[in-house]
Design a protein around this ligand. Structure first.
Ligand SMILES: Cc1cc2nc3c(=O)[nH]c(=O)nc-3n(C[C@H](O)[C@H](O)[C@H](O)COP(=O)(O)OP(=O)(O)OC[C@H]3O[C@@H](n4cnc5c(N)ncnc54)[C@H](O)[C@@H]3O)c2cc1C
Length: 415
């Protein structure tokens, strides 16, 4: 027997819960299924940064070359586990091709507008009752130890400034002054419009908001299969029975290609593993989140914690923890922050998550051609927390009417 329902949202990460919330506000009756607990995936232990400063897409000129230089070093910020996997090599080829100046020129204004709109929604959502997730609008500082790194950081800051975002170049003394502690850097770029929060508290808080709205939230419910009937998804099989939804929203992060594949759709998303290491907040501590420019490590003071996050590893759907890479993140810290010694701090958790990465650094967001009741919202890579609320709002607009932004750059069939 299949149960007829209105909207089925697959995935209880930041994208799924925000989509379900805004669909509820549009008056839709939502069922959300999540194979683990709410916030079991990449949304759990990330760096918690809301980042208009990340409006240049990951696929930008020079990035693929730099990554190539890093990929053979197992301790570098970027690593590819050597293996024969056709989908991975096709993805890398597309990543290489996407990193053009033209792509950045087209994508940057859209990413800027989406990040800023999302930030405004964070300010609203985190004021809802029960949303205690330590949301702070303090900006973020990118610090660089080398002249070369600083010059590249300043160039990026200028580019974002020309696009209308706020960016302030700081000298060595100003960097330490802003953080309220010694930072060993040539200088930095401060982005006052960035913000941060404790990501799992935000996502679980949104899960609670769904219950308050009257949505049906089903954790520990895995989608096992989906089948087409004519030009639509007719059946979704789960560990809690079969559903016949009027609308389906696929928001399963790095697992989305597995489910889309059952409908004959190819979604080029590669899981890009990253790690975070969370400690009890030491004293003294940073005043604002700090990104260690050359090491590509984010350091976020969040609530009662201090979290270090970094590395990007293309190793498939593999959740193992590579201690060498965790240690490489921590080893990078004292060179920038001599007053912070991770080996003397109280460890809370070591975590890994899979960023869902597309070849052009833009998510998939929209309806699927030839499958009229399916909307995909996946592939947010390094910016999924930041874009979570606006993605959710746009999903509700795609399902119920027309979106407030032109989403053609994010269309599902673009590869
Ligand atoms: C180390 C690290 C640091 C990061 N820092 C930041 C940051 O500072 N700012 C930022 O914006 N982004 C950051 N990110 C990226 C961000 O975490 C992701 O882009 C975002 O969490 C993606 O959200 P999602 O909802 O698409 O996926 P997920 O959070 O992975 O959610 C997908 C959910 O779908 C569920 N699911 C999968 N298959 C099924 C199935 N068959 N049935 C039911 N449920 C299923 C999974 O269990 C999972 O809970 C970081 C990521 C990492 C790894």
């Amino acid at each position: 027997m299949k149960r007829e329902i209105d909207v089925l949202v697959i995935g209880g990460g930041v994208v799924g819960v925000c989509a379900a919330y805004y669909l509820g506000l549009q008056g839709r009756r939502v069922t959300l299924v999540e194979k683990g607990e709410i916030c079991a995936g990449s949304s759990y232990g990330n760096a918690g940064l809301v980042v208009p400063s990340h409006s240049v897409p990951l696929a930008a000129p020079g990035v693929a070359m730099k990554a190539l230089g890093w990929m053979l070093d197992p301790e570098s910020p970027f690593y590819i586990e050597p293996r024969f996997d056709g989908a991975l090599w096709r993805w890398l080829w597309r990543f290489w091709r996407s990193g053009s100046e033209r792509h950045v020129r087209r994508a940057l204004p859209l990413l800027r507008d989406l990040h800023l709109a999302s930030r405004a929604l964070f300010a609203e959502l985190t004021r809802l009752e029960g949303m205690a997730c330590a949301y702070e609008e303090r900006g973020a500082l990118y610090a660089f130890r080398t002249r070369e790194g600083l010059e590249a950081g300043v160039r990026e800051g200028q580019r974002l400034q020309e696009a209308g975002l706020q960016a302030r170049v700081l000298d060595r003394a100003q960097v330490s002054q802003l953080e309220g502690m010694e930072v060993r850097a040539e200088g930095g770029v401060y982005y006052p419009q960035d913000a941060h929060l404790v990501p799992d508290r935000f996502v679980r808080g949104m899960g609670q908001q769904l219950e308050t709205q009257g949505a049906e939230v089903l954790p520990h419910t895995e989608v096992l299969g989906m089948a087409r009937q004519g030009g639509r998804v007719g059946l979704v099989r789960t560990t809690r029975g079969d559903f016949a939804p009027r609308e389906v929203v696929l928001a399963a992060g790095s697992w989305s290609p597995l489910l889309a594949g059952q409908l004959g759709l190819s979604l080029p998303i590669q899981p890009a593993k990253g790690y975070s290491i969370t400690f009890k907040r030491p004293a003294p501590c940073l005043a604002v989140p700090l990104l260690l420019g050359e090491a590509k490590v984010g350091v976020t003071p969040m609530g009662e914690w201090l979290r270090f996050a970094g590395t990007l590893e293309l190793a498939g759907l593999n959740l193992s923890i590579n201690r060498r890479r965790v240690e490489a993140i921590l080893r990078a810290v004292p060179a920038y922050l001599p007053q912070i010694d991770p080996s003397a701090m109280e460890l809370v958790e070591i975590w890994r998550g899979l960023r869902p990465a597309t070849p052009d650094g833009l998510p998939f967001l929209g309806r699927v051609p030839g499958c009229e009741n399916l909307t995909i919202a996946a592939g947010h890579a390094t910016i999924g927390l930041s874009l979570g609320p606006i993605t959710g709002k746009l999903v509700s607009q795609v399902v119920c009417g027309s979106p407030e932004f032109d989403l053609s750059l994010l269309r599902v069939g673009r590869f």
